[in-house]
Design a protein around this ligand. Structure first.
Ligand SMILES: C[S@@+](CC[C@H](N)C(=O)[O-])C[C@H]1O[C@@H](n2cnc3c(N)ncnc32)[C@H](O)[C@@H]1O
Length: 280
């Protein structure tokens, strides 16, 4: 891929998704584009990129999806889920004890391991049995990932990453060499394809937002804009959980970090203005 083609692709991707492409990753980019070249019947990457100029939406979406990094795992960054269980949930249980309603958004859910991990924590807390209404929305820009998440079927390798054996046995059914998430957990999550750069108008006000390991692919301005908009739909006492690598540099106003809980931030209202940091 020549540098002109790289710049064009990087530009389209940044404009449409906020993701920054590094030129030193040209080899990886080409490897990811080749299945799209084959699927749409192009001769090579150069002809694909030429066609991209015409903005054919299915092609643009396929290129975008090929460029996203969808790596995930059940209970990835275990501490985050402990913070959610031990710090965030107890406070919200008290604060919402009258309405018994909890709304949670997992904003870059990849193939579903993260929202299903959240669902397992909620299931342990037996909130639904106690009459609570839980809304758990999970979104990702990559429609293929969202479809996978909806299916809830994982390979042996995927369930071995981060899932304790007791959870595997109690929350999944084995199907050949794969594992299917149990129906009651699947029913807890509503999945939808959604670009974090688009309007958040359809989302309800949320008590908790998980936005982990996606912001680090964005430039600073996009990170700040996404965080600002998350802040607009987050309840005044709501919590934001970002990835641990996303909490040491870069800036967004309007959140306060929780004491000794890396990656956990609260929305402050009125704001004692502190800075939330994000780093690549
Ligand atoms: C590395 S995965 C992280 C998955 C999960 N949150 C975790 O921490 O394990 C990053 C996800 O962000 C998604 N993503 C990237 N840009 C996005 C955008 N503009 N809008 C929504 N999702 C996006 C990708 O498709 C990918 O699935």
């Amino acid at each position: 891929m020549n540098s002109h083609d790289f710049s064009y692709l990087a530009n389209v991707l940044h404009r449409r998704t906020g993701i920054i492409l590094a030129e030193k990753k040209t080899h990886m980019i080409e490897t990811r584009l080749m299945p799209v070249v084959r699927r749409f019947g192009f001769r090579d990457i150069a002809s694909l990129l030429k066609e991209l100029h015409y903005g054919h939406e299915a092609l643009v979406q396929a290129v975008i999806e090929s460029m996203t990094t969808n790596d995930s795992a059940f209970f990835r960054d275990r501490k985050t889920f402990e913070e959610f269980r031990d710090i965030v949930l107890p406070v919200l249980k008290l604060a919402r004890s009258e309405t018994k309603q909890l709304r949670i958004w997992c904003a870059a859910c990849a193939a579903g391991q993260e929202p299903y991990s959240i669902a397992m924590v909620l299931d342990d807390a037996k909130l639904i049995d106690a009459g609570w209404t839980i809304t758990l929305i999970a979104t990702d820009i990559n429609s293929q990932m969202v479809a996978r998440a909806q299916d809830g079927i994982y390979s042996q390798f995927e369930v071995q990453r981060g899932l304790p054996i007791r959870r595997l046995v109690s929350n999944f059914q084995q199907e050949g060499t794969s594992w299917r998430i149990s129906d009651h957990l699947r029913r807890m999550v509503s999945f939808r394809t959604f670009n974090l750069l688009d309007s958040y108008g359809w989302l309800p006000d949320c008590d908790v937002v998980f936005c982990r390991n996606a912001l680090m692919y964005f430039d600073l301005k996009t990170r700040a804009s996404v965080l600002d908009r998350i802040g607009e739909i987050l309840a005044p006492d709501g919590a934001l959980l970002v990835g641990p690598a996303e909490s040491t540099d870069g800036y967004a106003l309007g959140y306060v970090p929780a004491d000794s809980a890396p990656g956990l931030f609260y929305k402050s209202k009125p704001a004692p203005v502190r800075r939330l940091s994000l780093v690549k």
